[in-house]
Design a binder for this molecule. Structure first.
Ligand SMILES: Nc1nc2c(c(=O)[nH]1)N[C@H]1C(S)=C(S)[C@@H](COP(=O)(O)O)O[C@H]1N2
Ligand SMILES: [Mo]
Length: 309
């Protein structure tokens, strides 16, 4: 972090707990999230309640819970934005394990309950910029992915990190269609994965992740297009070679490995100069690295970002 000061929360933005809980209750009462009503172990809820506001939080106005949980990209369930909220109840989030392997001295299969306790949970309000030129502001709950990677002790050959989503067409009906090559795979360079902004994510808006947002565990990388943030992951593999993501396989000319948010590099089929914040009428300019340039631009010093798009 070069200048975390810029991202510090504005005191006026802190929502009093009582008000927050009341609002949250009302949202549940109107049926905003049916999946959230399904039981998860009490400990997961406690871990979400214990989350402290992070210095990496932004002062942007949050996108409403209803939009965050009903306008989703989760092709394992549907390619419609409204589909995952309707269909993701078939995902079974317990029992759940995440295998961490590859170029590490201590490979390990972590149980989700263990992962919930591994490091202190933080609430972080991040921008999410989808490659389709819309954006949201989401209060995630999690802790830095680096906390988990440190546990397995990467070898000197670990240059990249590959993430794999659950593969189970019985639970994920979208996997019966060949819109992508399943399972969904994404990857980061090791320094990107170890960056303090890269969040191992377990919740949003004060509760465990709704299934449609990638329960029970996903990655969030706020300076990259949304597809670089894989949902419902079961495997993290440290590698020497650059991973090939599902999107690179689907369209290598359209989806690069880096996919840093960049208003100057258009997608072959549309401009990336502007974006529409979900709920807004007018578009706004897209920011380099989604507004996180001060924190991450140094990771790409000397790289031709037109070539490494
Ligand atoms: N496994 C998986 N992860 C995924 C996707 C997906 O289809 N499958 N979609 C990605 C895309 S394109 C975006 S924009 C974000 C959306 O996250 P959200 O629905 O929680 O806002 O998830 C990303 N992670
Ligand atoms: Mo996206």
């Amino acid at each position: 972090m070069k200048k975390p000061i810029d991202m510090r929360i504005q005191p006026s933005e802190i929502t009093p707990r009582e008000l927050y809980d009341r609002r949250h209750f009302i949202q549940l009462a109107v049926g905003a999230s049916l999946t959230a009503l399904f039981p998860v172990p009490a400990f997961a809820g406690d871990a979400m309640d214990a989350a402290k506001t992070s210095v990496y939080t932004l002062p942007d106005e949050k996108t409403p819970f209803k939009d965050i949980t009903h306008y989703n990209n989760f092709y394992e369930f549907s390619t419609d934005k409204e589909g995952p909220a309707e269909l993701a109840h078939t995902l079974k989030t317990r029992p759940w394990t995440v295998t961490v392997e590859g170029e590490v001295h201590k490979p390990k299969i972590f149980d989700i309950e263990e992962l919930l306790k591994l490091a202190a949970m933080e609430e972080r309000i991040y921008r999410l910029r989808c490659v389709e030129a819309w954006s949201m502001v989401i209060p995630w709950i999690g802790y830095p992915l680096s906390e988990l990677i440190k546990q397995v002790e990467p070898t000197g050959n670990a240059k990249f990190v590959e993430f794999t989503t659950l593969y189970d067409p019985m639970q994920m009906p979208g996997q019966r269609s060949s819109v992508l090559e399943w399972p969904y795979v994404e990857g980061l360079r090791i320094d990107e994965a170890m960056h303090p902004l890269t969040l191992l994510t377990f919740g949003l808006y004060g509760q465990v992740l709704p299934n449609q947002n990638g329960a029970p565990i996903r990655i969030t990388v706020p300076w990259k297009y949304g597809f670089k943030s894989p949902k419902s992951i079961v495997k993290i593999r440290l590698t020497e070679q650059q991973p090939v993501s599902a999107w690179m396989k689907a369209g290598p000319e359209e989806y690069g490995f880096y996919s840093n948010v960049n208003p100057d590099i258009d997608h072959p089929r549309w401009s990336q100069a502007k974006e529409r914040r979900v709920g807004d009428f007018f578009k706004r300019p897209t920011l380099p690295f989604n507004g996180y340039a001060e924190q991450v631009a140094h990771l790409y010093a000397g790289m031709d970002l037109k070539k490494h798009f």
